[in-house]
Write a protein that binds this ligand. Structure first.
Ligand SMILES: [Zn+2]
Length: 226
């Protein structure tokens, strides 16, 4: 499968979800496979737009993020289909995108388009997949109540002035990362343990505890992503 078709399939195909069940009294246990709707169709469910393009039950609340993302997908896929001269239908968005991917693969194979344009489309589709997944399965996060060991900031103003201040440190338990939300700092620790180590270290420095030279060296040489 081509790179683009693979990206598109992650967005438009039904998803087998495999769960492992432990043996219990009622069953033998083993692997259980369920089929979940495609990510793209999940997006459509909560936008208040029914499949035929009209408005569905007005009593259903509309999720603004999903509606906006869905409209963005529609707009971009329409432009792509137009440019590649393949059929587009808002009501058959998944089919339109699949048709486009097939056509674009052929054009790329014939060297009618360059790699950059091709990679651009793959990136865009991957981004939709990531954004929908994050929206439906948000990572589990916790706030870090200690000051950031790099910038010393503990609390920040919330971007929404009606909201209370927020803690600068966000611990992402799902991904095992820690991020400082202070825009002037923005450090990301690739592992929670590293952030914890550094925080403890700075607390000890602040408390005037002697630091072993090995620990200092470890701290100075460690690479961080900013
Ligand atoms: Zn910071």
């Amino acid at each position: 499968m081509s790179e683009l078709s693979e990206a598109v399939s992650a967005l438009v195909d039904v998803r087998p979800v495999i769960t492992r069940q432990e043996a219990g009294e009622a069953h033998k246990g083993g692997v259980h496979v369920e089929t979940h709707p495609s990510l793209l169709s999940l997006l459509l469910e909560d936008t208040g737009i029914s499949k035929n393009g009209g408005s569905s039950d007005p009593g259903i609340p509309v999720d603004a993020f999903r509606l906006e993302l869905w409209m963005q997908v529609v707009e971009i896929v329409r432009d792509w289909c137009l440019a590649a001269r393949t059929g587009f239908s808002r009501d058959l968005l998944a089919e339109s995108l699949t048709g486009f991917a097939r056509r674009y693969d052929a054009l790329y194979g014939a060297r009618s388009i360059d790699y950059e344009s091709y990679a651009d489309k793959v990136r865009q589709v991957d981004l939709w997949v990531t954004r929908i997944e994050a929206n439906f399965n948000p990572d589990e996060t916790r706030e870090g109540r200690t000051a950031c060991p790099r910038c010393g900031v503990r609390k920040l103003k919330h971007p929404d002035p009606d909201q209370p201040e927020q803690f600068a440190i966000v611990i992402n338990v799902t991904r095992d990362t820690v991020t400082c939300l202070n825009p002037e700092c923005g450090v990301v620790w690739p592992h929670i343990a590293e952030w914890r180590f550094e925080t403890n270290y700075m607390e000890r420095v602040a408390a005037g505890v002697d630091i072993e030279p090995e620990a200092l060296e470890l701290l100075v040489t460690r690479e961080t992503t900013i």
